[in-house]
Design a binder for this molecule. Structure first.
Ligand SMILES: Nc1ncnc2c1ncn2[C@@H]1O[C@H](COP(=O)(O)OP(=O)(O)OP(=O)(O)O)[C@@H](O)[C@H]1O
Length: 307
């Protein structure tokens, strides 16, 4: 039995159309399944919880949506040992699917799930703010500063809906990225790696904590990120002028930004972040709030996913 959780609103409502294609194949093949359509933000978390509590034994939960829906689902799974996750990417950025090299075509994706050749245990991240009493898991990445400000603005953007209609969703990120480059505030703060000595940074553009190498629809923020190594791949950009950042940005696509002055990358299990003011934080591309204190960690080999 497969349990589908579908976000019809993903990729500006293309999720609904993709589900119809998938459903047709399921019915034709007489596959036994239940399906659950999300009706509001965070509904996928409730649905995943419901599936976990209703059915016993190993549950095949299949997510049809974007990275945000995967995030909601992993936050609803009550026992990771009892879940085998399948994923049919139908979001605008699909960075998880890109990293795991999952098929883009929904029918191929479905076939991969119905006749799986293998599954993998992948790491997930956990972000907490003790100051704000907040905690959430993430599948792909979390970040504070510039990348989160871009996510926040993209979320409210009418341009995204318009450009997604023409398959140009990526362009939204580029346009908003340039806009944020002019207006975003730099942070001053302190970063503590694996409980070591706190390190002070000035004029921080962003601090990203990556499980997988891509975010923002294929930007290789952490080209060395390995979702199976039990570690976060961290990227800090600091002390660089806005003009300089503009010249570095194109190198992000290929992960070559890491060679520039002011870009610090390292792997760790635990990261403490304290910044001078509350700034936007994104978690798998969704921005719950602004925070000034964060503790980020990696949970090793937590999620069993069909690849
Ligand atoms: N019925 C709904 N109405 C409004 N919002 C919804 C509904 N169902 C889910 N959502 C919200 O849509 C958000 C975005 O979905 P998702 O991330 O899956 O797609 P996306 O933004 O197109 O893809 P990506 O994250 O890959 O760019 C989710 O975080 C979820 O809260």
């Amino acid at each position: 039995m497969y349990h589908f959780i579908i976000n019809p609103k993903s990729r500006s409502e293309k999720g609904a159309k993709i589900w119809h294609i998938v459903k047709e194949v399921l019915d034709k093949k007489e596959v036994s399944y239940t399906f659950h359509i999300t009706r509001y933000p965070n509904h996928a978390t409730e649905l995943a919880m419901e599936i976990c509590s209703t059915y016993s034994g190993i549950k095949n939960i299949i997510v049809l949506g974007g990275d945000g829906t995967v995030n909601e689902v992993i936050n609803g799974i009550t026992d990771f040992n009892d879940v085998l996750l399948g994923y049919i990417p139908s979001g605008s950025s699909n960075d998880l699917a890109r990293s795991l090299k999952l098929p883009k075509d929904p029918v191929k994706s479905l076939e991969n799930i119905l006749f799986p050749s293998r599954f993998q245990y992948v790491d997930i991240g956990l972000i907490k703010s003790y100051v704000s009493n907040y905690s959430r898991k993430f599948a792909v990445s979390s970040g504070i500063g510039f990348d989160a400000a871009i996510c926040e603005e993209t979320f409210h953007s009418k341009l995204k809906i318009f450009l997604n209609r023409y398959g140009l969703g990526k362009l939204t990120y580029i346009i908003i990225c340039l806009k944020q480059l002019i207006s975003c505030r730099f942070m001053d703060g302190m970063v503590t790696v694996d409980g070591g000595k706190p390190q002070t940074y000035k004029k921080i553009l962003l601090i990203t904590n990556m499980i997988h190498k891509y975010e923002g629809g294929g930007m290789q923020i952490a080209p060395a990120a390995d979702p199976y190594d039990g570690k976060l791949s961290v990227c800090i950009v600091h002390g660089v002028s806005r003009l300089r950042i503009l010249t570095v940005l194109p190198f992000l696509l290929f992960g070559k930004h890491i060679h520039f002055k002011g870009v610090v990358t390292f792997n760790c299990r635990l990261l403490d972040i304290e910044v001078d003011n509350p700034y936007w934080v994104h978690i798998d591309g969704e921005c719950p709030d602004t925070f000034s204190q964060l503790t980020v960690s990696c949970i090793t080999n937590q999620l069993r996913i069909i690849v």
